[in-house]
Design a protein around this ligand. Structure first.
Ligand SMILES: O=C(O)CCC(=O)C(=O)O
Ligand SMILES: [Fe+2]
Length: 403
């Protein structure tokens, strides 16, 4: 498959599609504005810092499998450390020219890269084809479940075409031979024992806690004034048909209130509305609401599961509430068109309109709790082992990932 001048490995169908969908859910619920233009990212340390530690669990076995594969293929058994793990998405306009992944002084520690494609060219996005400058294979068309691995040096100079539509999502890792760049000890020390000691009855401890407002404002250089652009969390909810209504008294929401103060409302309790209906149970903040909607989308929207007969907690939106919603929308989504261009996707949006129902959404909210408790238990089970070894790896793979 590869010659020794250009050491690289392509693995087809390495990740099961349902796992790809799960990672997409995690990314779309938790990401922040990323490190390059029109790029969004979710790192493991960010998941831990925003009280979403259980959500690192689906990533851990994949990470370990990839490290093993890299060591085996590139002939460096037991030598590699994971330097970086992140879910990364590229939206319309993102691209990268010819480069090697170690091409900056501060990236010299990178020895190998692994890129797992979580969604597919054409079906989910247009553009975004990967090219190696020299050697074979030369062009990689991203397909969900496929993985590419290559050396980070100039034997594997590569580029990615501009994304012209949709959102291209990957799980990207870099490996280093230098133990001082191992990300594990930092991650382990940030997994606070107090946080993990919670019993199931205290699940509310795992309600996501948002990072600072400017981490979610796009474009990032507008995050000092918020005069143009949009909040990416509101943008994602908007393209899926949801509005936000703050739970707090809104009498002070005058036109003159600063954008920053209004954006602060997103860190507090709120309700979500859709099609002139308000869902009564409150969410504790925007990340909580977004996670629930993305969870619904992942687990319920494409399945035949329909839940009927749940007591509906949905009321009609009043005119006063609509006025508040519209005012806040004009603050949170200054550039609605841009938000739609980035996160909107004509086909899935139509499917959503068709398939959404509040009863099933209520069921998803309950199911989400079971999901997080399950992951939390796994995390609690593994942590003592991780601490002893100062390294994050699973003792068993739990059957989620095929050999
Ligand atoms: O996402 C990809 O296919 C590769 C991205 C890349 O080259 C990079 O992040 O350095
Ligand atoms: Fe690269």
């Amino acid at each position: 498959m590869a010659d020794s001048e250009h050491p690289r490995l392509i693995l087809h169908n390495f990740l099961p599609l349902d796992l790809c969908k799960e990672l997409e859910f995690i990314h779309k619920s938790c990401c922040t504005v990323g490190y390059r233009p029109n790029v969004f990212s979710t790192t493991l340390s960010h998941l831990i810092a925003t009280n979403c530690a259980p959500l690192i669990m689906p990533i851990i076995p994949i990470r370990e499998k990839l490290r093993e594969k890299a060591e085996e293929y590139f002939g460096c058994q037991y030598e590699l450390f994971v330097e970086f793990t992140g879910l990364i998405s590229w939206c319309r306009g993102a691209s990268i020219g010819w480069h090697s992944d170690d091409n900056r002084p501060y990236l010299k520690q990178r020895d190998f890269a692994a890129v797992c494609y979580l969604n597919s060219y054409d079906a989910d996005f247009k553009g975004g084809i990967f090219h190696f400058k020299d050697g074979e294979p030369a062009d990689i068309v991203p397909m969900a479940g496929d993985v590419i691995m290559y050396t980070a040096d100039d034997r594997n100079i590569h580029s990615v075409d501009e994304i012209t539509e949709g959102e291209r999502i990957t799980l990207t890792l870099w490996f280093s031979r230098d133990a001082s760049y191992d990300e594990d000890p930092k991650l382990i020390s940030s997994l606070s024992p107090a946080l993990l000691g919670v019993a199931d009855s205290k699940l509310h401890s795992y309600i996501p806690v948002p990072g600072s407002i400017n981490m979610y404002w796009f474009p990032p250089d507008e995050a000092s004034s918020f005069l143009s652009g949009f909040d990416i969390r509101c943008g994602r909810l908007h393209v899926l048909g949801f509005d936000i209504y703050p739970f707090q008294d809104t009498f002070h929401l005058s036109e003159s209130e600063s954008s920053y103060n209004l954006l602060e409302l997103l860190s507090g309790p709120l309700l979500i509305a859709r099609d002139s209906k308000m869902f009564e149970p409150q969410f504790l903040n925007i990340m909580h609401a977004l996670q629930m909607v993305q969870f619904y989308l992942w687990r319920f929207s494409n399945s035949k599961i329909k839940v009927e007969g749940t007591t509906l907690n949905v009321t009609p939106t009043s005119q006063t509430q609509k006025t508040v919603i519209d005012h806040l929308k004009s603050v949170f989504l200054k550039d609605l068109q841009l938000a739609r261009r980035f996160f909107g996707h004509s086909k899935p949006m139509k499917d959503m309109e068709y398939e959404f129902d509040w009863d099933t959404f209520s069921a998803a909210v309950v199911e989400w709790e079971c999901y997080v408790v399950k992951l939390q238990k796994e995390l609690v089970l593994h942590l003592p082992h991780w601490k002893t070894n100062q390294s994050i790896f699973c003792v068993t793979l739990g059957g989620d990932l095929e050999d």
